[in-house]
Write a protein that binds this ligand. Structure first.
Ligand code: ATP
Length: 308
């Protein structure tokens, strides 16, 4: 069984369902208000756990009921929360999402305790890094903590996956130096490279630019068009599965959790692991929500058998 560590954010997502977005100064009524667990880190940890990996999450929550709710949710999906700590006097991260009837959203994040994860927190979990297969991180927690985690992982010869989301102005060179696989979506990739993605040729140029940053393996997820993978051995667009999407929230997080869980240590099955990840995401987009929509390994396996 694969062992995966995810360092990252956890939020409570509060979604205000509205007909149209309010204009500046306008007051409108919500149709419905819903709440669920979210945050890229927590979603990716749950995806890894649902895909069958022994999964550990390193994170900070606030001293409030939301922190307890998040920890409970993670545990219910099988994520080990030994390294989820509470910051006294802080609030748990919260995302306020406005979702209109066309399926578009606006998101405002109160990062709360997510930004209080420290280098010392990572060092306190140092034994874990010697014992896992893969370490995953994003940009919703402090960069210094991620750099320390990747440094420990590489020292122990483990695979590191950087999901550079949300996009930041400049990724520190030290972090790139410890990154084995970078997984931006098309917008994040374009922000890093300065080249808009329109087709296979611009995907290839984006991948090339990402390699020039010093990262050997690149995955650019490209929504319903698929995922472009590029390494020393392979460069191809793994097409997305044709499905009717109802809610694409968490598609990228599902992809990353499944990719990490299915990759061999020498990355020799990069394309095959990306195909499984793509199949998992194609199931997630047909369901509502982020965390509840992530399929189990059995569901993905059955879907792939039915495809044959
Ligand atoms: P999100 O932020 O919504 O979680 P993302 O922008 O990080 O997603 P995407 O590139 O949209 O990530 O999607 C990740 C993967 O999910 C894609 O590479 C593809 O395999 C799959 N996917 C996304 N949207 C669809 C869709 N409409 N139909 C089928 N597969 C999809």
């Amino acid at each position: 069984m694969k062992k995966i560590v995810v360092i990252g954010s956890s939020n409570v997502d509060t979604t205000l369902h509205v007909k149209d977005f309010p204009k500046p100064g306008e007051t409108i009524n919500a149709i419905e208000i819903t709440s669920a667990g979210g945050g890229k880190g927590a979603n990716q940890a749950i995806a890894a756990a649902k895909s069958g990996a022994e999964t550990y999450f390193i994170n900070r929550v606030g001293e409030d009921s939301e922190g307890g709710y998040i920890t409970h949710q993670l545990k219910s999906y099988g994520v080990d929360t030994t390294y989820v700590q509470t910051t006294m006097g802080s609030k748990t991260g919260h995302a306020y999402i406005t979702l209109n009837e066309a399926g578009q959203n606006d998101i405002i994040i109160d990062h709360g305790a997510n930004y209080e994860l420290t280098v010392e927190d990572i060092q306190a979990a140092s034994d874990l890094f010697k014992d896992v297969d893969c370490v995953i991180a994003q940009f919703e927690t402090p960069l210094e903590a991620t750099i320390e985690a990747f440094k420990l992982a590489k020292k122990a010869g483990k695979i590191t996956i950087l999901n550079p989301a949300p996009a930041i102005d400049k990724i520190p060179e030290e972090l790139l130096q410890y990154t084995d696989i970078i997984t931006p979506n098309e917008t994040e990739s374009a922000k890093i490279t300065g080249i808009q993605i329109k087709d296979n040729s611009t995907l290839a140029t984006n991948a090339e630019k990402l390699h020039l940053l010093g990262v050997k393996n690149v995955v650019i997820t490209y929504g319903d068009k698929g995922a472009y993978i590029s390494s020393a051995d392979i460069e191809t667009l793994v097409p997305a599965y044709k499905v009717k999407a109802t809610d694409t929230t968490g598609a990228g997080d599902t992809f990353i959790g499944y990719l990490a869980s299915n990759l061999k240590a020498d990355l020799s099955n990069f394309e095959e692991a990306a195909k499984i990840a793509s199949r998992a995401s194609s199931i997630a987009v047909q369901r509502l929500g982020a965390q509840p929509s992530i399929p189990t390994a059995k569901e993905v396996e059955n879907a792939m058998e039915d495809d044959e």
